[in-house]
Design a protein around this ligand. Structure first.
Ligand SMILES: Cc1cc2nc3c(=O)[nH]c(=O)nc-3n(C[C@H](O)[C@H](O)[C@H](O)COP(=O)(O)OP(=O)(O)OC[C@H]3O[C@@H](n4cnc5c(N)ncnc54)[C@H](O)[C@@H]3O)c2cc1C
Length: 314
Protein backbone atom coordinates (compact mmCIF):
# COMPACT_ATOMS: atom_id res chain seq x y z
CA UNK A 1 0.00 0.00 0.00
CA UNK A 2 1.29 3.47 -0.85
CA UNK A 3 2.89 5.54 1.91
CA UNK A 4 1.23 8.80 2.97
CA UNK A 5 3.29 11.34 4.93
CA UNK A 6 1.50 13.10 7.78
CA UNK A 7 3.25 16.16 9.22
CA UNK A 8 2.71 16.11 12.97
CA UNK A 9 2.30 19.29 15.01
CA UNK A 10 3.23 19.24 18.68
CA UNK A 11 1.07 20.94 21.27
CA UNK A 12 2.54 23.67 23.48
CA UNK A 13 3.00 21.10 26.25
CA UNK A 14 5.02 18.76 24.01
CA UNK A 15 2.19 16.27 23.33
CA UNK A 16 0.28 16.00 20.08
CA UNK A 17 -2.25 18.46 18.71
CA UNK A 18 -5.56 16.68 18.14
CA UNK A 19 -5.41 17.61 14.45
CA UNK A 20 -2.44 15.23 14.08
CA UNK A 21 -4.69 12.27 14.99
CA UNK A 22 -7.36 13.57 12.62
CA UNK A 23 -4.80 13.66 9.79
CA UNK A 24 -3.71 10.07 10.53
CA UNK A 25 -7.37 9.03 10.33
CA UNK A 26 -7.77 10.78 6.96
CA UNK A 27 -4.45 9.48 5.64
CA UNK A 28 -5.66 5.88 6.06
CA UNK A 29 -8.14 6.58 3.24
CA UNK A 30 -5.22 7.32 0.92
CA UNK A 31 -2.69 4.68 1.95
CA UNK A 32 -0.41 3.73 4.84
CA UNK A 33 0.25 6.71 7.13
CA UNK A 34 3.82 7.59 8.15
CA UNK A 35 4.10 10.34 10.74
CA UNK A 36 6.82 13.00 10.50
CA UNK A 37 7.74 14.22 13.98
CA UNK A 38 10.08 17.07 14.93
CA UNK A 39 11.86 16.73 18.26
CA UNK A 40 11.85 13.76 20.64
CA UNK A 41 9.35 11.12 19.51
CA UNK A 42 9.44 8.84 22.60
CA UNK A 43 6.40 10.36 24.27
CA UNK A 44 4.21 10.33 21.17
CA UNK A 45 5.06 7.16 19.20
CA UNK A 46 2.52 5.06 21.08
CA UNK A 47 -0.29 7.56 20.42
CA UNK A 48 0.67 7.86 16.74
CA UNK A 49 0.59 4.05 16.48
CA UNK A 50 -2.79 3.95 18.19
CA UNK A 51 -4.16 6.10 15.34
CA UNK A 52 -2.64 4.06 12.55
CA UNK A 53 0.91 5.36 11.95
CA UNK A 54 2.87 2.48 10.41
CA UNK A 55 6.12 4.39 10.62
CA UNK A 56 7.43 7.45 12.49
CA UNK A 57 10.11 9.58 10.86
CA UNK A 58 11.82 11.46 13.65
CA UNK A 59 13.74 14.64 12.80
CA UNK A 60 15.62 16.73 15.36
CA UNK A 61 13.72 19.67 16.78
CA UNK A 62 15.13 22.52 14.73
CA UNK A 63 16.34 25.61 16.56
CA UNK A 64 15.07 27.43 13.49
CA UNK A 65 11.48 28.06 12.50
CA UNK A 66 9.44 26.42 9.76
CA UNK A 67 11.99 26.53 6.92
CA UNK A 68 14.03 23.53 8.14
CA UNK A 69 10.86 21.56 8.76
CA UNK A 70 9.87 22.14 5.13
CA UNK A 71 13.39 21.07 4.07
CA UNK A 72 13.08 17.80 6.05
CA UNK A 73 9.68 16.97 4.58
CA UNK A 74 10.84 17.88 1.04
CA UNK A 75 13.83 15.58 1.38
CA UNK A 76 11.57 12.77 2.66
CA UNK A 77 9.22 13.24 -0.29
CA UNK A 78 12.13 13.03 -2.73
CA UNK A 79 13.51 9.89 -1.04
CA UNK A 80 10.34 7.97 -0.30
CA UNK A 81 8.07 9.09 -3.13
CA UNK A 82 4.90 9.01 -0.97
CA UNK A 83 1.45 8.91 -2.54
CA UNK A 84 0.41 12.10 -0.70
CA UNK A 85 1.38 14.52 2.07
CA UNK A 86 -1.13 15.79 4.63
CA UNK A 87 -0.44 18.74 6.91
CA UNK A 88 -2.54 20.58 9.47
CA UNK A 89 -4.04 23.85 8.15
CA UNK A 90 -2.68 25.68 11.18
CA UNK A 91 -0.47 28.75 11.02
CA UNK A 92 2.68 26.60 11.11
CA UNK A 93 1.29 23.80 8.94
CA UNK A 94 0.23 26.21 6.19
CA UNK A 95 3.64 27.85 6.15
CA UNK A 96 5.42 24.52 5.90
CA UNK A 97 2.96 23.48 3.15
CA UNK A 98 3.62 26.64 1.10
CA UNK A 99 7.38 26.23 1.33
CA UNK A 100 7.11 22.53 0.51
CA UNK A 101 5.05 23.22 -2.60
CA UNK A 102 7.71 25.67 -3.84
CA UNK A 103 10.60 23.33 -3.04
CA UNK A 104 8.94 20.39 -4.83
CA UNK A 105 7.33 22.47 -7.59
CA UNK A 106 4.12 20.73 -6.58
CA UNK A 107 0.48 21.85 -6.45
CA UNK A 108 -1.02 22.63 -3.03
CA UNK A 109 -4.52 22.69 -1.56
CA UNK A 110 -5.09 24.62 1.67
CA UNK A 111 -7.92 24.64 4.22
CA UNK A 112 -9.46 21.35 3.07
CA UNK A 113 -12.29 20.00 5.21
CA UNK A 114 -12.20 16.54 3.63
CA UNK A 115 -9.98 14.35 1.44
CA UNK A 116 -11.29 11.43 -0.66
CA UNK A 117 -9.38 8.22 -1.38
CA UNK A 118 -8.39 9.53 -4.84
CA UNK A 119 -6.86 12.71 -3.34
CA UNK A 120 -9.81 14.98 -4.12
CA UNK A 121 -10.01 17.66 -1.45
CA UNK A 122 -13.16 19.44 -0.31
CA UNK A 123 -12.89 23.14 0.54
CA UNK A 124 -15.53 25.58 1.72
CA UNK A 125 -14.93 28.99 0.10
CA UNK A 126 -16.44 32.48 -0.37
CA UNK A 127 -17.33 32.88 3.29
CA UNK A 128 -18.78 29.40 3.44
CA UNK A 129 -21.24 29.90 0.58
CA UNK A 130 -19.61 27.49 -1.91
CA UNK A 131 -18.21 23.96 -1.65
CA UNK A 132 -15.32 23.20 -4.00
CA UNK A 133 -13.85 19.81 -4.87
CA UNK A 134 -10.28 20.07 -6.17
CA UNK A 135 -7.35 17.87 -7.07
CA UNK A 136 -3.66 18.69 -7.26
CA UNK A 137 -2.76 18.37 -10.93
CA UNK A 138 0.99 18.88 -10.63
CA UNK A 139 2.81 16.36 -8.45
CA UNK A 140 1.31 14.44 -5.55
CA UNK A 141 -1.68 15.50 -3.43
CA UNK A 142 -0.18 18.04 -1.00
CA UNK A 143 -3.07 19.06 1.23
CA UNK A 144 -3.42 21.13 4.41
CA UNK A 145 -6.54 20.08 6.33
CA UNK A 146 -8.43 22.23 8.83
CA UNK A 147 -8.53 21.04 12.46
CA UNK A 148 -11.79 19.32 13.46
CA UNK A 149 -12.63 18.26 9.89
CA UNK A 150 -12.92 14.59 10.91
CA UNK A 151 -13.20 12.69 14.18
CA UNK A 152 -9.98 10.85 15.05
CA UNK A 153 -10.51 7.09 14.96
CA UNK A 154 -8.05 4.59 16.41
CA UNK A 155 -6.53 1.83 14.22
CA UNK A 156 -3.78 0.30 16.36
CA UNK A 157 -0.37 -0.25 14.75
CA UNK A 158 3.18 -0.63 16.06
CA UNK A 159 5.22 1.93 14.17
CA UNK A 160 8.93 1.61 13.49
CA UNK A 161 10.86 4.80 14.35
CA UNK A 162 13.33 6.00 11.74
CA UNK A 163 15.59 9.02 12.41
CA UNK A 164 15.84 11.46 9.49
CA UNK A 165 18.06 14.43 8.73
CA UNK A 166 18.14 16.89 5.88
CA UNK A 167 20.85 19.20 4.64
CA UNK A 168 19.85 22.73 5.48
CA UNK A 169 20.77 25.61 3.21
CA UNK A 170 21.74 29.03 4.60
CA UNK A 171 18.32 30.35 3.63
CA UNK A 172 16.70 27.69 5.82
CA UNK A 173 18.52 29.18 8.81
CA UNK A 174 17.64 32.84 8.37
CA UNK A 175 15.07 32.88 11.20
CA UNK A 176 16.16 31.57 14.57
CA UNK A 177 14.24 30.97 17.80
CA UNK A 178 15.90 33.14 20.43
CA UNK A 179 13.41 32.76 23.28
CA UNK A 180 10.16 31.03 24.15
CA UNK A 181 7.51 32.51 26.42
CA UNK A 182 4.65 30.26 27.51
CA UNK A 183 1.28 31.86 26.85
CA UNK A 184 -0.76 32.33 30.02
CA UNK A 185 -3.67 29.97 29.53
CA UNK A 186 -6.68 28.99 31.50
CA UNK A 187 -8.10 25.50 31.59
CA UNK A 188 -10.29 25.99 28.49
CA UNK A 189 -9.42 24.17 25.26
CA UNK A 190 -7.70 26.01 22.43
CA UNK A 191 -10.30 27.79 20.27
CA UNK A 192 -9.41 26.23 16.90
CA UNK A 193 -9.06 22.72 18.38
CA UNK A 194 -12.10 22.67 20.68
CA UNK A 195 -14.93 20.21 20.05
CA UNK A 196 -17.40 22.75 21.43
CA UNK A 197 -17.25 26.54 21.04
CA UNK A 198 -19.59 28.98 22.78
CA UNK A 199 -19.40 32.45 21.22
CA UNK A 200 -20.90 35.74 22.28
CA UNK A 201 -21.70 38.76 20.16
CA UNK A 202 -22.72 42.39 20.56
CA UNK A 203 -25.99 41.13 22.04
CA UNK A 204 -24.08 40.00 25.15
CA UNK A 205 -23.83 43.72 25.91
CA UNK A 206 -20.69 44.08 28.06
CA UNK A 207 -17.44 42.49 29.20
CA UNK A 208 -19.08 41.76 32.55
CA UNK A 209 -21.92 39.85 30.83
CA UNK A 210 -19.41 37.64 29.00
CA UNK A 211 -19.12 35.75 32.31
CA UNK A 212 -22.41 34.13 31.30
CA UNK A 213 -20.85 32.93 28.03
CA UNK A 214 -17.85 31.61 29.99
CA UNK A 215 -20.14 29.84 32.43
CA UNK A 216 -21.89 27.85 29.68
CA UNK A 217 -18.54 27.16 28.03
CA UNK A 218 -17.01 25.81 31.24
CA UNK A 219 -20.02 23.61 31.92
CA UNK A 220 -19.64 22.06 28.47
CA UNK A 221 -15.83 21.91 28.49
CA UNK A 222 -15.89 24.35 25.59
CA UNK A 223 -13.72 27.17 24.27
CA UNK A 224 -15.08 30.74 24.27
CA UNK A 225 -15.29 32.72 21.03
CA UNK A 226 -16.60 36.16 20.13
CA UNK A 227 -17.82 38.13 17.15
CA UNK A 228 -15.84 41.08 15.89
CA UNK A 229 -18.46 43.48 17.21
CA UNK A 230 -17.90 41.98 20.67
CA UNK A 231 -14.10 42.16 20.48
CA UNK A 232 -14.11 45.66 18.93
CA UNK A 233 -16.41 46.80 21.76
CA UNK A 234 -13.88 45.48 24.29
CA UNK A 235 -16.22 42.76 25.61
CA UNK A 236 -13.67 40.03 24.98
CA UNK A 237 -10.00 39.89 23.82
CA UNK A 238 -9.33 40.02 20.07
CA UNK A 239 -7.50 36.67 20.02
CA UNK A 240 -10.87 34.97 20.51
CA UNK A 241 -12.54 36.57 17.47
CA UNK A 242 -14.16 34.05 15.14
CA UNK A 243 -14.61 34.90 11.47
CA UNK A 244 -13.04 36.09 8.27
CA UNK A 245 -10.48 38.28 10.05
CA UNK A 246 -10.37 36.10 13.17
CA UNK A 247 -10.01 32.39 13.85
CA UNK A 248 -11.64 29.64 11.79
CA UNK A 249 -13.35 27.00 13.90
CA UNK A 250 -15.10 23.79 12.93
CA UNK A 251 -16.28 22.20 16.18
CA UNK A 252 -18.86 19.49 16.71
CA UNK A 253 -21.06 22.09 18.40
CA UNK A 254 -21.04 25.90 17.94
CA UNK A 255 -23.27 28.05 20.12
CA UNK A 256 -23.85 31.63 18.92
CA UNK A 257 -25.26 33.86 21.65
CA UNK A 258 -26.41 37.34 20.61
CA UNK A 259 -24.65 37.09 17.23
CA UNK A 260 -26.51 38.25 14.10
CA UNK A 261 -24.65 35.93 11.70
CA UNK A 262 -22.96 38.44 9.36
CA UNK A 263 -21.23 36.80 6.41
CA UNK A 264 -17.80 37.64 7.84
CA UNK A 265 -18.66 35.82 11.07
CA UNK A 266 -20.11 32.85 9.20
CA UNK A 267 -16.85 32.52 7.26
CA UNK A 268 -15.17 31.40 10.46
CA UNK A 269 -17.75 28.95 11.83
CA UNK A 270 -19.98 27.77 8.98
CA UNK A 271 -18.41 24.31 8.81
CA UNK A 272 -19.32 23.58 12.47
CA UNK A 273 -21.17 20.26 12.62
CA UNK A 274 -24.12 21.46 14.75
CA UNK A 275 -24.95 25.15 15.18
CA UNK A 276 -27.15 26.44 17.99
CA UNK A 277 -28.21 30.11 18.00
CA UNK A 278 -29.91 32.26 20.60
CA UNK A 279 -31.07 35.63 19.29
CA UNK A 280 -34.00 37.87 20.14
CA UNK A 281 -34.51 38.79 16.46
CA UNK A 282 -36.31 35.99 14.59
CA UNK A 283 -35.06 37.49 11.29
CA UNK A 284 -31.37 37.33 12.28
CA UNK A 285 -29.36 35.65 9.47
CA UNK A 286 -27.74 33.24 11.95
CA UNK A 287 -31.02 31.30 11.95
CA UNK A 288 -30.51 30.51 8.23
CA UNK A 289 -27.68 28.16 9.14
CA UNK A 290 -28.59 27.18 12.71
CA UNK A 291 -29.59 23.54 13.26
CA UNK A 292 -31.28 24.56 16.48
CA UNK A 293 -32.44 28.12 17.10
CA UNK A 294 -34.04 29.84 20.06
CA UNK A 295 -35.72 33.22 19.50
CA UNK A 296 -35.53 35.11 22.76
CA UNK A 297 -33.51 37.14 25.21
CA UNK A 298 -30.24 35.35 25.88
CA UNK A 299 -30.26 36.58 29.47
CA UNK A 300 -33.46 34.56 30.01
CA UNK A 301 -32.63 31.56 27.80
CA UNK A 302 -28.99 30.95 28.73
CA UNK A 303 -29.49 30.75 32.54
CA UNK A 304 -32.27 28.20 31.92
CA UNK A 305 -29.97 26.22 29.66
CA UNK A 306 -27.24 26.34 32.35
CA UNK A 307 -29.69 25.04 34.94
CA UNK A 308 -30.79 22.20 32.65
CA UNK A 309 -27.21 21.22 31.75
CA UNK A 310 -26.31 21.18 35.49
CA UNK A 311 -29.32 18.98 36.22
CA UNK A 312 -28.40 16.52 33.46
CA UNK A 313 -24.77 16.42 34.57
CA UNK A 314 -26.06 15.50 38.02
C1 LIG B 1 -13.62 43.20 6.22
C2 LIG B 1 -14.45 42.77 7.39
C3 LIG B 1 -14.04 41.70 8.15
C4 LIG B 1 -14.84 41.26 9.22
N1 LIG B 1 -14.41 40.20 9.97
C5 LIG B 1 -15.22 39.73 10.94
C6 LIG B 1 -14.86 38.57 11.69
O1 LIG B 1 -13.80 37.97 11.52
N2 LIG B 1 -15.72 38.12 12.63
C7 LIG B 1 -16.90 38.73 12.90
O2 LIG B 1 -17.64 38.28 13.78
N3 LIG B 1 -17.27 39.84 12.21
C8 LIG B 1 -16.44 40.37 11.27
N4 LIG B 1 -16.79 41.50 10.62
C9 LIG B 1 -17.93 42.28 11.13
C10 LIG B 1 -19.28 41.74 10.67
O3 LIG B 1 -19.63 42.35 9.45
C11 LIG B 1 -20.37 42.09 11.71
O4 LIG B 1 -20.37 43.49 11.93
C12 LIG B 1 -20.18 41.40 13.06
O5 LIG B 1 -20.00 40.02 12.87
C13 LIG B 1 -21.43 41.63 13.91
O6 LIG B 1 -21.24 41.08 15.17
P1 LIG B 1 -22.50 40.68 16.04
O7 LIG B 1 -23.31 39.68 15.34
O8 LIG B 1 -22.00 40.36 17.41
O9 LIG B 1 -23.25 42.08 16.17
P2 LIG B 1 -24.63 42.55 15.54
O10 LIG B 1 -24.64 42.37 14.09
O11 LIG B 1 -24.87 43.91 16.08
O12 LIG B 1 -25.68 41.51 16.15
C14 LIG B 1 -25.99 41.46 17.50
C15 LIG B 1 -27.15 40.48 17.60
O13 LIG B 1 -27.47 40.29 18.96
C16 LIG B 1 -28.89 40.17 19.06
N5 LIG B 1 -29.23 40.53 20.43
C17 LIG B 1 -29.12 41.73 21.04
N6 LIG B 1 -29.49 41.65 22.33
C18 LIG B 1 -29.86 40.34 22.53
C19 LIG B 1 -30.32 39.62 23.67
N7 LIG B 1 -30.47 40.21 24.87
N8 LIG B 1 -30.59 38.31 23.52
C20 LIG B 1 -30.44 37.69 22.32
N9 LIG B 1 -30.01 38.33 21.21
C21 LIG B 1 -29.70 39.64 21.33
C22 LIG B 1 -29.44 41.12 18.02
O14 LIG B 1 -30.74 40.74 17.64
C23 LIG B 1 -28.42 40.96 16.89
O15 LIG B 1 -28.83 39.98 15.97
C24 LIG B 1 -16.03 41.96 9.55
C25 LIG B 1 -16.45 43.03 8.74
C26 LIG B 1 -15.66 43.44 7.69
C27 LIG B 1 -16.13 44.58 6.85
Amino acid sequence: MAEVLVVIEASATGGLKKVSLELLTLARELGEPSAVVFGPADGVVEKLGEYGAQKVYQADEPEFLVAPKAAVVASLVRDRQPAAVLLPATQEGKEIAGRLAVKLDNGLLIDAVGVAADGTATQVVFAGSTIVKSKVTKGIPLIAVRPNSVSPEPAPATPAVEPVTAELSDSDKLARVTDRVAEQKGSRPELTEASIVVSGGRGVGSAENFKLVEEVADLLGAAVGASRAATDSGFYPHQFQVGQTGKTVSPQLYMALGISGAIQHRAGMQTSKTIVAVNKDAEAPIFELADFGVVGDLFKIVPQAIEEIRKRKG
